[in-house]
Design a protein around this ligand. Structure first.
Ligand SMILES: O=C(O)C1=C[C@@H](OP(=O)(O)O)[C@@H](O)[C@H](O)C1
Ligand SMILES: C=C(OP(=O)(O)O)C(=O)O
Length: 432
């Protein structure tokens, strides 16, 4: 499906969608428990992949409007009766790889062509070092993957600059091993707040894990059991970033865009509030009431390090294309290992729309201005975040912006175009 956007003004209140990262962890943590209820989950293509995996390991997930009832496999995943399809979800594949290493038998994991091109090698090496069998069928460190357990825990070392999801996966699985897992980081950790999210969810499920001098550590023999048998998912700041960006570049004069359900948590992507403020946006975060208000503002370019916040790169690149002067996005090499190479995707598509972009391996520089973007037909690269970031650009570009593959928003923000339309965006969805 293509999304066609015309220049428009936005205003009004939107609710933050539930966090994808917290939902994945909550579903799997509930899977590791005997049973638990997950309230306000994100139900999207990616989180459904994690639900399927819990089912494949012997759990059962049922859904109603506001919650998921999870019958867990009680720390002992069974052997899956079929290949587990992780679809487009890196988080699912990494978290499930470590879980599969606990099963007394073989698990095969696959995914779509994007996921089958993303790096899994360091996690496979870690599982092998812990005594499991962990192979890439094509021997290239990519899925399809074959895992065989059970591992009983131990010490591993792993790079921290490819994906933090390897660490999250080992911590979640390590808690139910016999010996626990000590993780030694071989490099600096990128995307570090996502490990904090994991520690926060583990705590909520009664599991202790901690940062150490060299990395992270989790004791074995623990039980997943959330207080009161339930867990509540907070709002998603990566998704919120598109709504705030839309308000900052296209809110109606004398009106604001308000995002509700934006409470403080371990999410690094809450940095979007600070980034917009540094760019000159009139923005206010009422943390106690979980409400962020933003007005249309004249933005200026800034320098941003996205080492901790890779998922903000597409949003910041679009903001940079609209802001006066130069926006420099540094420390972004790991953003190339996502659903697509997002550094190059945003460089190409913003150039197509008229921005002046310079792409280096680890730095993306965008020069723009409020009137510099023109509508064009651009590619969404089958990537939800590219589609949503280009939609924000479409609000200010002259003429019509046509974004290919707009249906991929279903990965993290399935009703994105409804919310955008309700705020006033002029969007038409067209079958190709
Ligand atoms: O653990 C998570 O929930 C995530 C971690 C990050 O990935 P990396 O750790 O691979 O950078 C982030 O980009 C992804 O969208 C979600
Ligand atoms: C990279 C992302 O997710 P995942 O790694 O789970 O595919 C994302 O949501 O931007």
């Amino acid at each position: 499906m293509d999304a066609e956007l015309s220049q428009s003004r936005v205003r009004g209140t939107a609710r933050a969608p539930p966090s994808k990262s917290y939902t994945h962890r909550a579903i799997l943590a509930a899977g590791y428990s005997d049973d638990a209820t997950v309230y306000d989950p994100l139900v999207s293509a990616d989180t459904k992949a994690t639900m399927r995996a819990v089912g494949a390991f012997g759990g059962n997930v049922t859904r109603d409007d506001t919650r998921l009832e999870v019958d867990g496999f009680g720390g002992r995943p069974g052997v899956a009766a079929d290949v587990i399809d992780c679809a487009n979800s890196g988080t699912t594949m990494r978290l499930v790889t470590a879980c599969a290493a606990l099963a007394d038998g073989i698990t095969v994991l696959t995914g779509d062509s994007s996921l089958r091109s993303r790096p899994q090698g360091p996690l496979l090496d870690a599982v092998s070092d812990l005594g499991g069998r962990a192979e890439s069928t094509r021997d290239n460190g990519q899925a399809p993957l074959v895992l065989k357990g059970p591992i009983s825990g131990g010490d591993v070392s792993i790079p921290g600059d490819v994906s933090s999801q390897y660490i999250s996966a080992l911590l979640m699985a390590g808690a139910v091993t016999e010996k626990g897992i000590d993780i030694d980081l071989e490099t600096e950790l990128k995307s570090a707040p996502y490990v904090e999210i994991t520690l926060e969810v583990l705590r909520a499920f009664g599991v202790d894990a901690e940062a150490t001098e060299d990395g992270f550590s989790v004791a074995g023999g623990q039980t997943y059991d959330p207080e009161g048998g339930e867990y509540h998912v907070p709002g998603d700041f990566s998704s919120i970033s598109y709504l705030l960006a839309a308000g900052a570049v296209a809110a109606d004069e004398d009106h604001e865009v308000v995002v509700e359900g934006a409470y403080p948590s371990a999410q690094g992507d809450a940095a979007i509030v600070d980034i917009l403020e540094r760019m000159g946006a009139a923005i206010d975060w009422d943390r106690e009431n979980g409400q962020i208000t933003v007005e249309k503002s004249n933005l200026s370019g800034v320098t941003v390090d996205v080492g901790d916040t890779p998922d903000l790169l597409p949003t910041i690149a679009t903001l940079g294309a609209i802001a006066d002067g130069e926006t420099r996005i540094e420390n972004c090499e790991h953003v190339r290992y996502k659903e697509t190479d997002r550094v190059s995707a945003m460089a190409d598509e913003l150039t197509e729309m008229g921005a002046v972009v310079d792409e280096e391996q680890d730095v993306l520089t965008v020069k723009g201005g409020e009137t510099s973007l023109s509508g064009a037909t651009v590619d969404g690269y089958h990537d939800h975040r590219i589609v949503m970031a280009l939609s924000v650009a479409g609000l200010v570009a002259n003429g019509t912006t046509r974004i290919r593959g707009s249906e991929h928003v279903d990965v993290s923000f399935p009703n994105f175009f409804d919310v955008f339309t309700e705020l006033g965006a002029d969007v038409r969805l067209r079958e190709e």
